[in-house]
Design a protein around this ligand. Sequence first.
Ligand code: F0G
Length: 458
Amino acid sequence: MAQHDTAFQQCINPDCSATYSVDQTLLACAKCQSLLDIRYDWNKLPVPKSLSFFEHRWSTKGSEAEGRADFSGVWRFRELLPFYRDEAEIVTIGEGRTVLQQADLLARHLGMKPGKLMLQYEGLNPSGSFKDNGMTAAFTHARMVGAHKVACASTGNTSASLAMFASLAEMRGIVFIGSGKISFGKLSQALDYGALTLQINGDFDDCLRRIREVALDKKNGIYLMNSVNPFRLEGQKSIMYRILEASDWESPDWVIVPGGNLGNCSAFGKAFSELRELGLIKKIPRLAVINAAGANTLDHLYRARNIRWKDGRFDAAAVQQLYAAMDESHYKAHTIASAIEISRPVNLPKALRALAAMNGETRQVTDEEIMEHRAMVARWGFGCEPASAASVAGLHQLLSEKVISLDDKVVCILTGHELKDPNATVQYHIGDGPRGALSNRPVPVEDNLDAIISAMGK
Ligand code: F0G
């Protein structure tokens, strides 16, 4: 059981560092508006001496609170996210039971040796994306603070996951989505799970701004589920624990992840920083965060403008300047990878911190590269949605630049399931545009046995 007084919220701005109880629901630091972290007084907590402690939970399950927590790929690591009071409070549906695949066929096509490329399939979560890792944690907190109405802005996956958890936790789910910006797989989930779905005439950035305004006014009684909610990121740390677990607790050389609102990469940085602080790992892998070229804020700031974390004193004025210039030119993010079509990533400061902690790199990849690598993951793996393949396209780029060497062991995070966006897939195979290298058109054939046999070829 977690000790309630050993977890607290803390502002990430080193010149503020204000702390708050985990019983509070905040959108940002009340003093300086910076992002908040969940922090723990590890000395007073029962942290395992070795990561192998967690292995015994594979053999337990059951309907009691502890068994259900053990069954979850998030909560079986609960000593590493002990913000809850009691196991009975945990809202879980068996999320996070995902697969790390040794992707030798794909590796061969990228010029890598067998055993060097691993794909972490977070699309195998119950709602089909990595968001379930975060939602289970944020819903646990929502239940702790007695929330009834939960809401998010979303490019699709967050809304699907929120809608599913809200229904199961018997809370009212409300999602804001950009008009015409969401793939049908994701929209169908939000509708099916019964969330109130508001299609705002704008894009994700507009939706997020609006939902924060709504949540800020306490009388609306909204609990915000976007990744500015630091409890979400506590759950998403578990993606890294599972990668270590599937690798006999050895860190890879690189972790590569697509970047949108930058919650995931922030959670990864926090996971590894904490594991190191606790003496549970020796090596921190390097991180690569991959933007779509049409939504490249992080890569632009990190490489073109050289913005660095600097122990929390990063050049916030330069970021504001960029956003002001975007406003002035009416810039809107645009990419076929709709999940990461975001120009003002709210977790930017935490992402800079993660890049510093993990000696990180950023890159951007074009829509063509995303779709070509998505098709490669499908042909030589189990498939993923377009945004997820940015990680593999980014790997390809970093290999050709020799930033990643052929001897490095690399894990690409595949964030969403292939069936989230079948339109993009079908368009790749039979659309009017230029044919991709792996385009596989259906062959029309008469209802005639000879014609059918002849069409099947030799
Ligand atoms: N990949 C997929 C499939 C996503 O849905 C998202 C984010 C990302 C990557 C980026 O992750 O925001 O942590 O950097 N989707 C959000 C949503 C924004 O609303 O579903 P991030």
